[in-house]
Design a protein around this ligand. Sequence first.
Ligand SMILES: [Fe+2]
Length: 267
Amino acid sequence: MPRTTALDPLFTAVNTAAFTDRHLANLAAGTLAAVRVPDFLDRRTCAGALAALGRLPTADYAPARVPTPIVRFGPALNDYRDQDGRLDADRYWCDAEAARAAWHRAGMRPDPVAVSLARLGSAWGAAVTPATIGGRAVFGGTLREINAGALVHYDDLNREFPTGLFDQETVAQLAFNVWVAVPVTGGATTVWRHRWEPADERHRQAYGYRPETVEHCQRVSLRPEHGDGLLFNPANFHAVEPCPGQRRIAFAFFLALTTTGQLIAWS
Ligand SMILES: [Fe+2]
């Protein structure tokens, strides 16, 4: 089926001084592509977070051809999924509790994840709370260094765990990133105006999809700046451009809008 070349005027990347409830609602509805808040975290908070990285037990992840160290801290639920789309609970909770303890020990002041959640809650008009499983709060606030890029992919908890995962029922998912180290060149985040459809499976590649799956789709690209906060709807296909030899480090978590109008967070 040929795709139209006309552009959706609402699918834009907004630069703004602060996130608002309207931004969150439009991202959840899927009309808006992305919202960026420059200097979401100030220099002091970013510097404090970077300094504290050395105190976090980051997994060493050093594939060949990547000359810089790669920081990965904190478990992402998606990495604890079994073949049937169920959570490997024992392994997850063990790692989640260890990460929580390590985070407290690192003593980041101010805590960039807590600051981010508080400000998103103010924008929404109600505090963002952790997603829970059986009444137990999941881990939120991973730290990820992505220097080698990320394939075109999407994130959608309701597809990853089709039998349900959280105590809360969710209707829309948002991805939040805030950067504490950025590359001089490369490292752009691209979001395409495309949601998964069964035909995309023809283009499957490792954990993502080959670029042809989005080649005719409208898109926005943003190169992160130091301290930027970025929200987008990760049901839209997205990718990260490589920035070889440079560091691109972000705190990252997901938000979801629940059926009762609350925002919950997890990683
Ligand atoms: Fe993603």
